[in-house]
Design a binder for this molecule. Structure first.
Ligand code: HMG
Length: 306
């Protein structure tokens, strides 16, 4: 195989992207238990919560309580998602130092997700970015619907490349290309990430892939081949944006870590401890999860070579 990195960075987005889509409210204490357990697995990046409207996403109504009471290890980046200026104010008040901004590449998705045009999102979030940078915060920016929009269909590569250019001009620290509805195929993923990386971006480039059509692992391999070494995943394969109809969960962290370790690619993650987190997620959500490995552990032991 060509172009494979020796190690990969994983951002665990289960506590945010994963839990936001759960219909039954998960008690704050359970969210804290999960974040604390994930903090012991060797993962170095955790998206802990989001400062969004509790009317629109009731599951994240306890963002401040979660952020202020969770374990915070010095060597772990704990991010919070922010959609607008108000979210930034609330996050700052809670003590957040690492922020994850989001806007869609597609107009209809963005209006449904954050009730703003893409232009208005970029206007508000560039103010957030400037203030955050002055205050020494880490800023990542997710481009939702980088491949397909649930309302408009295929999103053109040119639209996404123009947005990447704008984010590079804003000097955000990280740009995340998201397959929000898990509809992209490996060829599209390879091409778009290759085109972005060919421009020599200064921002870290990350892939955020959902598994709706069962292609998230093939898509992550395509992104690896394109030169991406930073990925978002969610424990148990939880997740999906409540404003992207039909979106299934994220690529599952344990399956992705398993694949990477089997390929000799390091993640720094302790596999058994990660599987303990899957058990925790199962007990929290009380429903069947979509990750593959947890289905094997139901029947026996996962065979690993690493
Ligand atoms: C953006 C808004 C808030 C606009 O919602 P809105 O109703 O248009 O907000 P508004 O500005 O009209 O304000 C209405 C009320 O909400 C309050 N408000 C205003 N902003 C906030 C805030 N940030 N946090 C808490 N409260 C807020 C504001 O203070 C006001 O309170 P009131 O005066 O009525 O008491 C809403 O549409 C929203 O919360 N959207 C977020 C939706 C969301 O969380 N989506 C999922 C995350 S994105 C995602 O999952 C995709 C991603 C990142 O994973 C990548 C991928 O897969 O593509």
């Amino acid at each position: 195989m060509i172009n494979l990195p020796k190690s990969v960075d994983i951002l665990e987005s289960g506590p945010r992207d994963g839990i936001q889509n759960e219909t039954t409210f998960i008690p704050t204490a359970k969210k804290l238990e999960l974040i604390n357990a994930l903090s012991e697995t060797g993962l170095k990046r955790i998206e802990a919560t989001s400062f969004v409207s509790p009317k629109h996403v009731p599951q994240m109504a306890d963002a401040t309580e979660v952020y202020q009471n969770m374990m915070k290890k010095n060597d772990i980046q704990y991010l919070a998602l922010i959609p607008n200026l108000r979210g930034f104010e609330l996050a700052k008040k809670a003590g957040v130092r690492e922020i994850a901004l989001v806007a869609g590449a597609s107009e209809t998705f963005n209006k449904n997700n954050v009730r703003m045009s893409v232009e208005e999102s970029l206007r508000q979030l560039s103010i957030v970015n400037e203030t955050a940078k002055e205050e020494g915060m880490f800023v990542r920016f997710s481009i939702a619907t980088s491949f397909f929009c649930p309302y408009e269909g295929l999103v053109s590569q040119e639209t996404v490349l123009a947005m990447v250019k704008e984010l590079e001009e804003m000097k955000v620290n990280e740009i995340v290309l998201c397959d929000t509805i898990g509809r992209a195929n490996p060829k599209q993923v390879y091409e778009l990430f290759s085109r972005v990386l060919d421009q020599g971006p200064t921002a870290k480039i990350t892939a955020h892939l959902h598994d709706t059509y069962g292609l998230s692992k093939a898509n992550s391999l395509a992104a690896l081949h394109a030169g991406v070494s930073s990925f978002d995943t969610a424990i148990g394969g939880l997740g999906g944006c409540p404003f992207a109809p039909g979106a299934a969960g994220n690529d599952s962290t344990e399956d992705f870590v398993f694949m990477l370790h089997e390929m000799g690619i390091q993640t720094g993650v302790h596999f058994e401890k990660l599987m303990d987190c899957v058990k925790l997620v199962k007990s929290m959500t009380k429903r069947s999860l979509t990750g593959h490995l947890q289905q094997i552990t139901n029947k026996g032991h996962v065979q690993t070579v690493s």
